[in-house]
Design a protein around this ligand. Structure first.
Ligand code: FAD
Length: 499
């Protein structure tokens, strides 16, 4: 089937769109996915980067969501053990806030609701003696340590897109959906190339609207449903500061407003602190951290650490907008994190499946639910298959990350340890393809700084749809934290010349 006529057209190259495209093409449907900017340029690269059950959601009785998410942790870890890593969390007991018995009960449920086989269970930790509590001030004597996972969110999106493309899906980035028109047996989708302005039409039997924060804009704009108001946009921001402590645990701190924040070891030399939760009314593309949010995050962390976190120490910030289903909750942090799928049929019956809400953690399960709706609407093809299928580069046993990394280091002994770790963490077994038969650093071509070589940039351009320095430095990697402006300019010139 040509690109011009497909079974399924997916709008949006975030985690949900790419996860659905991958699942669908793997079952035998023909798929076209359009992303108006870069893959993961929307909410999917602005998350806290946790594959987690969501301990806090237990307080809002979201048992279905928490159970599904808990069960999904180890499924995803096994699918992509290079970009998903287990992480231990320390929850200090704060005398003025939730009582210890409540924390213990929540964590007991968290350990036993389902799916935990390899991740270690909860234990009580002494924060007064020993290194774990060392960075904290003297108010915290006792805490609990439990497991979840960390994910490179933007790379998870790209790997789903790659797998979908390898199975035959068309992934068109910098391609905006401008119009949806109903035909006798489906939809005509008008897309616009964001670089050239060229327009093209694709016919599809079914459309999936996975536009995240723009999901209602698709209904209002390309479809003309002016009254669409399904999502509640909730802004969440993070700050990055130089590494605050030496150990590898994440802290989860309770705040007096009922919210929680995380402090997560980040990119070796940094600590990531987030997140906030506040309603957002503007254009999702324009969201940016406010000075109040920076103050809030610094103050919340400073309540726990023995050295205050100062605004001046912030080296980077980012903000995203959660496209939450509007369930009428009073406070932004109480709005449901669960996903809702709604099929709107056109006047002649053409199916349009809309996705509201969701978590990165549950994207694969969301895709399964969408595929059930697709089967009902246009007929079934292949069986479910994603539960045990690894993502590109992830074909090794999840507990053997260190052994696999050592294999890379012995195959390429000239790599600096930090560079070898970064490459294996980002690309897994594909790191061997990027490095090829290089025998020395010179064989990898030009150096752009931070261990980024010409060989890696070429791979990102050829295999991962990278088109500019932002794509390379902030989504395919976080090397933007390390490169100077001069180095960024040199990378930019290289990409332009090589495009
Ligand atoms: P998006 O990633 O926004 O993708 C939608 C895409 O559609 C965008 O890339 C956009 O460019 C594209 N698009 C829009 N309109 C068009 C058009 N007309 N044509 C073509 N393309 C279009 N989840 C977790 O599991 N763990 C966490 O730790 C976590 N932390 C979070 C912290 C914050 C601050 C936020 C904001 C969210 C967090 N989440 C977390 C939730 C998670 O990030 C989101 O649920 C998820 O990324 C949503 O993905 P999506 O694909 O629906 O949307």
């Amino acid at each position: 089937m040509s690109d011009d006529k497909v079974d399924i057209f997916v709008i949006g190259g975030g985690i949900n769109g790419c996860g659905i495209a991958r699942d669908a093409v793997g079952r035998g449907y023909s798929v076209f996915l359009a992303e108006m900017n870069d893959l993961a340029s929307g909410t999917s690269s602005w998350s806290t980067k946790l594959i987690h059950g969501g301990l806090r959601y237990l307080e809002f009785y979201e048992f279905r969501l928490v159970r599904e998410a808990l069960m999904e942790r180890e499924v995803l870890w096994a699918m992509a053990p290079h970009i998903i890593r287990p992480l231990r969390f320390i929850l200090p007991h704060h005398k003025g806030l939730r009582p210890a018995w409540l924390l213990r009960l929540g964590l007991f449920l968290y350990d036993h609701l389902g799916g935990r086989k390899l991740l270690p269970p909860t234990k009580t930790v002494d924060l007064k003696n020993g290194s774990l509590g060392e960075p904290l001030n003297g108010d915290f004597a006792k805490g609990f340590e439990y497991s979840d996972c960390w994910v490179d969110d933007a790379r998870l999106v790209v790997l789903n897109a790659r797998d979908a493309a390898e199975k035959g899906a068309t992934i068109a980035t910098r391609t905006k959906v401008e119009r949806l028109e109903e035909l006798e047996d489906g939809w005509q989708v008008t897309i616009v190339d964001q670089n050239s302005g060229a327009k093209k039409s694709i016919e599809a039997r079914l459309v999936v609207n996975a536009a995240g924060p723009w999901v209602d804009s698709i209904l209002r704009g390309p479809l003309g449903k002016n009254d669409a108001r399904n999502v509640r946009l909730v802004q969440g921001s993070h700050i990055v500061v130089p590494r605050l402590y030496d150990h590898d645990r994440c802290f989860i701190f309770q705040n007096s407003d009922g919210r929680i924040i995380f402090t997560i070891p980040y990119q070796g030399d940094f600590t990531l602190i987030g997140t906030t939760d506040q309603d957002y009314k503007g254009d999702p593309a324009e969201v940016a951290i406010t000075s109040d949010e920076i103050s809030y995050l610094c103050a919340a962390a400073s309540e726990y650490f023995n050295t205050p976190v100062e605004k001046e120490s912030v080296v980077w910030t980012y903000s995203g907008v959660r496209p939450l289903y509007d369930d009428g909750a009073d406070a932004a942090h109480e709005a449901t994190r669960d996903y809702v799928l709604k099929t709107f049929n056109g006047e002649k019956g053409a199916p349009l499946i809309n996705i509201f809400g969701g978590k990165i953690t549950t994207y694969r399960r969301l895709a399964l639910s969408v595929l059930e709706k697709i089967e009902t609407a246009i007929g079934a093809k292949g069986a479910t298959w994603t539960e045990r299928a690894t993502l590109p580069g992830g074909g090794f046993v999840e507990l053997e990350f260190d052994q696999e990394l050592r294999k890379l280091q012995s195959a390429y002994p000239f790599l600096h340890d930090k560079v070898a770790y970064r490459l294996f963490h980002a690309y897994g077994l594909d790191a061997f393809k990027i490095l090829g038969d290089a025998k020395s650093e010179e064989d990898l071509g030009r150096k752009f700084g931070g261990g980024l070589s010409e060989a890696e940039v070429r791979w990102l351009m050829q295999e991962e749809w990278a088109r500019n320095p932002q794509d390379v430095l902030w989504r395919r990697s976080k090397l933007g934290l390390r490169l100077s402006q001069e180095q960024v300019d040199s990378l930019s010139a290289y990409i332009q010349a090589a495009s």
